[in-house]
Design a protein around this ligand. Structure first.
Ligand SMILES: [Zn+2]
Length: 302
């Protein structure tokens, strides 16, 4: 069951990316929105702010209070720098800056949310069912204990096996795949939940979507530009996955450990390594194993 769940996680951001692409390449976003609608949308979202930005800060503060705080600091600084470098590269390619990006995000936020709801992260409406309250409470309590503010996050159950996906406000979960035989969340599932909420805290789904909107304007179906942009976005996707792995692992060495072991097993037993959308499993094992060692080392010194 855990394997099913994890396999689905491997496709989680891929699904979000695919959603963005299908959405944009299938039908032009501009043709879909009437001028009146755009005006309405712009008024509604004049003050766009990443909905989970404050929650992200709250989560960082929680991590900084851990006995392995120096490790937290080191990784957070690295992640921040890497993200800025990637954004700078995208900005240079598209000829925009942070302010332009924010304008686009303001203008398209409601539209994105509508699409998110309609597409349901590739989860069909008929597959969405009411989640068992007890389990939902378990998830909320666990995330709350880790200082993740879940007030603005909807936890949505699906009955389709192998689906777990985070959009900006919805966390889709395959209920049957996440509990052990005692109906408890396993350490592995907890690590996976922590990974998923990182995508929400960091606006990952919306950022991917909006950059592709801007890209469509810039590329005008030019194949060479498309190739360059796709390669850069692939690096960006892998960075987001790495960040989600690392920040989830920093909550407790047990989560770094179970995830590292999972990827090791996937390579050694299942022969699965290469991924287009995520770092390869051998890389994920290596950096999570390293993280685990550093967290234990820092804890002993403390
Ligand atoms: Zn992910």
């Amino acid at each position: 069951m855990v394997t099913n769940f994890r396999n689905s996680l491997i496709t989680c951001l891929f699904s979000v990316s695919a959603l963005g692409f299908a959405f944009l390449t299938g039908v032009s976003v501009y043709k879909l929105v009437s001028p009146a609608k755009v005006n309405q949308v712009q008024q509604e979202v004049a003050a766009y702010q990443a909905p989970h930005a404050k929650s992200a800060v709250q989560f960082y503060t929680y991590l900084e209070q851990k006995p392995w705080a120096p490790v937290v600091q080191k990784y957070m600084n690295e992640q921040k720098q890497k993200e800025q470098e990637l954004f700078d590269e995208v900005f240079a390619m598209l000829g925009i800056n942070q302010a332009t990006l924010n304008e686009y995000k303001k203008a398209y936020y409601s539209y994105y949310l509508e699409g998110q709801d309609r597409q349901r992260c590739d989860v069909s409406k008929r597959a969405v069912k009411k989640m068992c309250n007890v389990q939902q409470d378990d998830i909320k309590n666990f995330l709350g204990d880790c200082s993740v503010n879940i007030d603005a996050m909807n936890i949505v159950s699906t009955k389709e096996m192998g689906i777990a996906c985070a959009t900006q406000s919805n966390l889709y979960i395959d209920e049957a795949g996440i509990v052990n035989k005692n109906n408890e969340l396993t350490e592995q599932v907890k690590a996976d939940l922590l990974h998923e909420v990182q995508h929400m805290l960091h606006d990952d789904s919306f950022n991917i979507w909006i950059l592709r909107v801007i890209f469509k304007e810039w590329a005008q179906d030019n194949q060479e530009k498309t190739k360059l942009f796709t390669a850069l976005m692939s690096r960006f996707d892998k960075f987001r996955e790495n960040r989600a792995d690392i920040l989830a692992g920093l909550v407790d060495p047990i989560y770094a450990r179970v995830s590292a072991d999972y990827y090791k097993n996937d390579v050694e037993v299942n022969g699965q390594d290469i991924s287009d959308t995520h770092p390869n499993n051998s890389e994920r094992f290596a950096y999570l194993d390293q993280l685990h060692k550093e967290m234990l080392g820092a804890t002993k010194v403390a």
